[in-house]
Design a binder for this molecule. Structure first.
Ligand SMILES: [Zn+2]
Length: 230
C-alpha cells in the first residue's frame, strides 16, 4: 500500500508497509545562506513524547553520515519514538565541500554555550547563532527537546563521550564497533550547548572514519540508532 499524505503546504510522502510508522513527513526547517532548504524528515509516532534527532552532516566536508540518515529512513522506527532525521544542516558547505557554511563559519562553533571568537578554519561567526543554519538547528532542538541527538562527523573514527548520558554513548559505540573517546569540548559546539540546555537529553558526536561509508556499515550505524532510541 502506498500512502501519500499532505501536511500543510508541504509535499509529503510516502511509503508503504501498512503501519502508521511508515509515513514520512517532510519539513523544511530553515534555509542556508544561499537559500538551499534545510530538510527534516519525521518518522514514527509524531505524538510520542520521546523525540530522537539524527543529523547526517554539519561540516560540509564530512558528509559520510548522510549514508546513515538515508538508511535510517528505510528502517522501521521503534514504537513510541518520534524520529527526526536531518541529512544536512549545512547544504551550502556540503555542495562546496567545505567545513563551514557559504561564508566560512564553522556552525559547530556558532552555538551560544561558551561561544568565543575564533578565526580561520574554526571561524565562529560574528556572534553566537549569527548563521541561518545554526538558527534552524537551534530552533528545531528547542522545539523537539530530543531525548537523544546524534550528530555525525568525520573522520576520527570514535564515538565522542560528549557530556550527555555516557552509558548510552558507550552502548552506541559498542553496537557499531567504534571505540569511545572524550574529545575536547570546543567553545560554541552544538552538543555541548544541547547537553547544557537540556540536561535530561543526551546529545553526542559520532566521528565516522574517513571517506564514504560502505552500505553494510551505514546499515550498522542506522540500526544502532533504532536500538538505542527505544
Ligand atoms: Zn566535524
Amino acid at each position: 500500500m502506498l500512502r501519500l499524505v499532505a501536511l500543510g503546504a508541504l509535499t509529503v510522502a510516502l511509503l508503504a508497509t501498512g503501519t502508521a510508522q511508515a509515513v514520512l513527513r517532510r519539513h523544511v526547517v530553515g534555509r542556508s545562506l544561499t537559500g538551499r532548504p534545510i530538510v527534516a524528515l519525521e518518522l514514527g509516532d509524531p505524538g510520542a513524547p520521546r523525540k530522537v534527532l539524527v543529523v547526517g552532516c554539519v561540516h560540509g566536508n564530512e558528509p559520510a553520515g548522510i549514508a546513515v540518515t538515508s538508511r535510517l529512513l528505510r528502517l522501521a522506527v521503534p514504537r513510541g519514538v518520534d524520529l527526526w532525521v536531518v541529512p544536512s544542516f549545512n547544504p551550502d558547505g556540503q555542495h562546496a565541500g567545505t567545513r563551514g557554511n557559504a561564508r566560512g563559519v564553522d556552525l559547530n562553533r556558532n552555538f551560544p554555550f561558551r561561544w568565543t571568537q575564533l578565526a580561520g578554519v574554526y571561524y565562529s561567526g560574528r556572534h553566537a547563532l549569527s548563521e541561518p543554519e545554526s538558527r534552524s538547528a537551534y530552533a528545531l532542538i528547542r522545539r523537539l527537546r530530543p531525548a537523544i541527538s546524534i550528530w555525525f562527523h568525520q573522520h576520527m573514527d570514535v564515538v565522542d563521550v560528549s557530556g550527555g548520558n555516557s552509558a548510552l554513548e558507550t552502548r552506541y559505540a559498542r553496537l557499531v564497533g567504534l571505540r569511545t573517546a572524550s574529545l575536547v569540548r570546543p567553545p560554541g559546539s552544538i552538543v555541548t550547548w544541547e547537553n547544557n540546555a537540556f540536561p535530561n537529553g543526551s546529545a553526542f558526536v559520532v566521528e565516522l572514519p574517513a571517506g564514504p561509508l560502505a552500505p553494510p556499515a551505514a546499515l550498522r550505524f542506522a540500526r544502532a540508532v533504532d536500538v538505542i532510541a527505544r
